[in-house]
Design a protein around this ligand. Structure first.
Ligand SMILES: [Zn+2]
Ligand SMILES: [Zn+2]
Length: 367
């Protein structure tokens, strides 16, 4: 069963996101500590959901991206560094509690704790434990270094619920430093040609990772949606390059030397007109797929992702020592197949919102 909604996570309006329920896909084993129902991943013994897609009485949130942190729940629990981002995203009046990484809390019959996932500021893997049985839900994660968040920590468990956004062998990331060099080269070339450099990037996480890595001899501007998140990062003690909102630039400003970071939804909007001649780039793991950039009418694509690549996923899964792996979010079947070939117990876990499905399908065709 398929439905369509706008993607407000990876790219806002440009494509629809399929949500679906494939019955029979998730092997429900009676007595499982976590299982999927109509609202999301449910822990009956604790009376809570993890990253629910519908409003629920109690929601544990892995991180503040909108496909994980949805509005309307009565109470939220997240990591302490995720807290300010969750309020920024869901509003100042949500009922929210936070836990420090590693701190555990008893909820119903289980105890829960949050552990760094290295994805964006505050991102966490959630550990749920009852009588020596331990489950870990990864949320989104990456293993590559990122100065804007606490590095991923493997958490030993019996059952690991892993994301698999880039769970195909074609996804192998290059070093971040190499990508930053290419971005600087592109920016320099644009300056020499008298063109403003506009980078489209996710406003939460990717934009700040760029700002932490870019050198700023020349002015950097950020769209208001990015500036709002920058403020939260800075208040959390993360050092970012100095930035300004383009709306505050003086009249007749010469944009030819500037770098502008904007959410993908700004592409083609009237907001772009102020920059005069400009060159565009998109920074995303999806830029690994040939055709994605061209189809989106972007001049340059830089492959930099906040998700683990194929070797990273495999390493993370192995380090948990889990006997059983449930794969969600992205390329589930190739990962399940690979894990089974390795003699592991693995199955796909159904999710309702499957981000970036267009690109997923294109990727499958490309291979
Ligand atoms: Zn995410
Ligand atoms: Zn996600």
């Amino acid at each position: 069963m398929f439905g369509k909604r706008l993607c407000n996570f990876c790219c806002n309006a440009h494509h629809a996101v399929s949500f679906y329920t494939e019955t029979g896909m998730t092997p429900v084993i009676s007595g499982d500590m976590l299982r999927v129902d109509a609202s999301g991943l449910w822990c009956e013994r604790g009376g809570f959901y993890i990253d629910p897609w519908l409003p629920v009485p109690k929601a544990l949130i892995t991180h503040a991206h909108s496909d994980h942190a949805r509005p309307g729940s009565e109470a939220y629990l997240c990591s302490s560094s995720c807290g300010p981002l969750l309020r920024e995203r869901l509003g100042p009046n949500i009922a929210m509690e936070t836990l420090r990484y590693g701190e555990s809390q008893r909820i119903g019959e289980v105890s829960v704790s949050f552990h760094p996932a290295g994805h964006v500021l505050g991102s966490a893997q959630i550990r749920v434990e009852d009588k020596g049985e331990r489950w870990v839900v990864s949320g989104d994660y990456k293993l590559d270094p990122d100065p804007t968040c606490t590095p991923f920590e493997p958490v030993p468990c019996h059952v690991f619920v892993t994301e698999s956004t880039f769970g195909l062998p074609i996804y192998r990331w290059r070093e971040q430093s190499e990508i930053l060099v290419s971005i600087h080269d592109w920016w320099r070339l644009n300056r020499q040609r008298g063109r403003c450099s506009v980078i489209f990037a996710y406003p939460l996480g990717k934009a700040q990772r760029l700002l932490a890595g870019l050198e700023t001899a020349f002015p950097v501007f950020c769209h208001g949606a990015v500036e709002r998140i920058n403020r939260v990062y800075r208040e959390s003690g993360i050092t970012l390059s100095e930035t300004q909102n383009p709306l505050e630039a003086p009249r007749g400003y010469d944009w030819s030397q500037a770098l502008v970071i904007a959410p993908p939804s700004a592409q083609g909007s009237p907001w772009m007109k102020r920059f005069g001649p400009y060159s565009t780039a998109f920074v995303s793991g999806w830029m690994r797929i040939r055709g994605t950039r061209r189809r989106r009418s972007i001049d340059r694509g830089f492959v930099l992702s906040d998700h683990a690549d194929w070797p990273g996923l495999q390493r993370a899964i192995k380090e948990t020592g889990a006997e059983r792996i449930l794969v969600t979010h992205g390329y589930r079947q190739p990962m399940v197949r690979w894990l089974r070939e390795q003699g592991r117990q693995a199955a796909a876990l159904e999710t309702r919102f499957e981000g970036e499905r267009d690109e997923v399908e294109d990727a499958e065709k490309a291979e």
